[in-house]
Design a protein around this ligand. Structure first.
Ligand code: IMP
Ligand code: MG
Length: 198
């Protein structure tokens, strides 16, 4: 369809994997009511699908952060918390739900901040793990897919705030070209239902 990007994970593959992750969490947290913590904005698409696959009395809460440097490597992962959690997580079972972990610097900083509030437990669930890029060692309890060292968009992930609503996850071949011609990804918009409607 386009040389600008190629499909890495289809909508169907994502859906299947999210269903499996939800089942794992349901099994592991049986009898508990975990709090799912999502980091705005990238993590919300995954969160919205994942928590409907978890058959427990879960709660959700959100954080919004802003990096100090150009990227997490420049800032060492230190972020400013723009919006903190609404609820106290002391004594709660917390699962941080992330779209992607790249260097791991941002998440490791966030986990330190959450750990200091003394939750009963603290685990990480990420849809994508760009493990070859890891700088900060992290223990990840739930992982959707290992992600190649490519820039990816879709299913919550953005390039210059666009493409979060693509149903699949695409690998971007040329970020500069995409910045100039974002409309080349228009053919990738539209979910399964709409494709079969007409
Ligand atoms: P880290 O601190 O290097 O792990 O950076 C994590 C953040 O960078 C993620 O939460 C994303 O917001 C962003 N990020 C990293 N890789 C990608 C990508 O391939 N596409 C879109 N955003 C990305
Ligand atoms: Mg993120």
């Amino acid at each position: 369809m386009s040389d600008a990007a190629t499909v890495l994970f289809t909508e169907e593959a994502i859906h299947r994997r999210v269903h499996e992750l939800g089942a794992l969490i349901t099994r592991d947290y049986r009898g508990k009511s975990p709090v799912l913590v999502s980091v705005l904005k990238g993590g919300v698409v995954f969160l919205a699908d994942l928590f409907r696959e978890i058959d427990l009395l879960v709660r959700v809460d959100f954080m919004s952060i802003s990096a100090y440097g150009a990227d997490s490597e420049a800032s060492g992962g230190v972020v400013r918390i723009l919006k903190d959690l609404d609820q106290d997580i002391g004594t709660e079972d917390v699962i941080v739900v992330e779209d992607i972990i790249d260097t791991g610097l941002t998440l490791s900083y966030l986990l330190d901040s959450l750990r200091a509030r003394q939750p009963a437990s603290l685990e990480v669930c990420t849809l994508l793990d760009k493990s070859v890029r890891r700088i900060a060692p992290l223990s990840i309890r739930y992982r959707g897919f290992d992600c190649p060292d490519k820039f990816v968009v879709g299913y919550g992930l953005d390039h210059a705030e666009r493409f979060r609503n693509l149903p699949a996850i695409l690998a971007v071949e040329d970020q500069a070209a995409l910045a100039e011609r974002p409309d080349v990804l228009l053919p990738f918009l539209g979910g399964r239902d709409r494709e079969t409607e007409g």
